[in-house]
Design a protein around this ligand. Structure first.
Ligand code: AQP
Length: 330
């Protein structure tokens, strides 16, 4: 059976794209002993957050993971900074990755282009090595992610293969798995840009915890086009195609069948808004319950971290021995 690992950064409000592109598939892929999921708080530090911000966001995102249906008896759910092996393996990954391949990463190029001479942490350059450590520590076969993360899984494969060639078969080579509908949910106001936590456009963003009336309003105002034909064509009709993909993903239908069902943009928007509100309602209820009991949330995460450390420790030791570092006390 495939071993699964995936993760989410506590950088901003979790959105519909995170859920349809990734989180929901984590729930489907969970199997006792095979599925490991993390709130990767160390990754959130690349953007120099204010003191206290990361911890608060981490607890909120952890509550979302349990609220969507991750079961602590079936999946290992933990916070990245609780498992120090992630930071330790990262150094080995940094020294295995090349300067050139890190320079070619889209996120690094985008962020440096946008910084306009402003501060860019070295972490924005090296974080793919931390990501490789995250994935490889759990002998991962499959990484359920949205489209935007494919490049990160590719570089993880390259680093793992290079390490294995140099030091022997230490790491399992992972592959990315993306859903048929929902792999790239776009901003409702700017449907050529993906919906994003850190670059929220208020009107184009659908948060997982947004109230129903706000969700309905955002879909009503979603940007479409002027030719009044409901048809899926990402290039020519990005707004309408985005709505069709959201509706298909939210209802479990195919894109073709939802496209056949609607003739008017207004009806498509209403149906999509209603489907999303219904999809999120039970998640929002469970999330509120979990946030009301922080002691239980901490207990669940401590349990997950203990299980994660057992696995991560074994993989880190395997890698250190393969390289030939002197073991302590030898
Ligand atoms: N718009 C999206 N559509 C489909 N899937 C998406 N994901 C992110 N945006 C979309 C998937 O959600 C998972 C968790 O994302 P992440 O925390 O790793 O952050 P990200 O991919 O860098 O994108 P975000 O959420 O917009 O965060 P910021 O703005 O902080 O970079 C991933 O599997 C991702 O593919």
């Amino acid at each position: 059976m495939a071993r699964v690992f995936s993760a989410i950064k506590p950088t901003g409000d979790v959105h519909l794209g995170n859920y349809l592109g990734a989180l929901r598939n984590w729930v489907e892929a969970q199997r006792p002993g095979e599925s490991v999921y993390s709130v990767v708080d160390l990754h959130a530090f690349t953007t120099s957050p204010d003191a206290g911000e990361i911890g608060e966001r981490t607890m909120n995102v952890a509550a979302i993971l349990f609220a969507i249906g991750l079961d602590p008896d079936a999946s290992v759910v933990f916070v990245q900074s609780h498992v120090p092996e992630h930071s330790q393996l990262t150094w080995l990954m940094e020294c295995t990755a090349s300067f050139g391949e890190l320079s070619r990463m889209t996120q690094f190029k985008d962020r440096t282009a946008r910084a306009d001479g402003g501060f860019i942490s070295a972490g924005i350059f090296t974080y793919p090595a931390l990501m490789a450590a995250d994935i490889l520590l759990y002998d991962t076969d499959e990484v359920p992610v949205g489209d935007d993360q494919r490049q990160h899984v590719e570089i993880t494969r390259d680093i793992a293969e290079r390490f294995n060639t140099r030091y022997g078969e230490v790491f399992v080579i992972p592959r990315a798995v993306t859903p048929a509908a929902g792999a790239r949910i776009m901003d409702l106001q700017n449907p050529t840009a993906k919906m994003s936590k850190s670059e929220q456009s208020d009107a184009g963003f659908v948060g997982l915890l947004d109230p129903p009336d706000a969700i309905v309003k955002r879909f009503k105002r979603a940007v479409t086009d002027s030719d009044n034909e409901v048809r899926h064509d990402r290039e020519a009709k990005p707004g309408v195609s985005n709505l069709l993909e959201i509706l298909a993903a939210a209802t479990g239908q195919t894109i073709a069948s939802v496209a056949d069902e609607y003739e008017r943009y207004g009806d498509l928007k209403t149906a999509t808004a209603e489907a999303v509100v219904e999809l999120l309602r039970p998640i929002q209820e469970r999330h509120a319950e979990l946030m009301a009991d922080p002691g239980e949330l901490h207990r669940l995460l401590a349990h997950g971290a203990g299980l994660a450390r057992e696995r991560a420790g074994a993989t880190l030791e395997r890698a250190m021995r393969a390289v030939g570092f002197t073991p302590p006390g030898a």
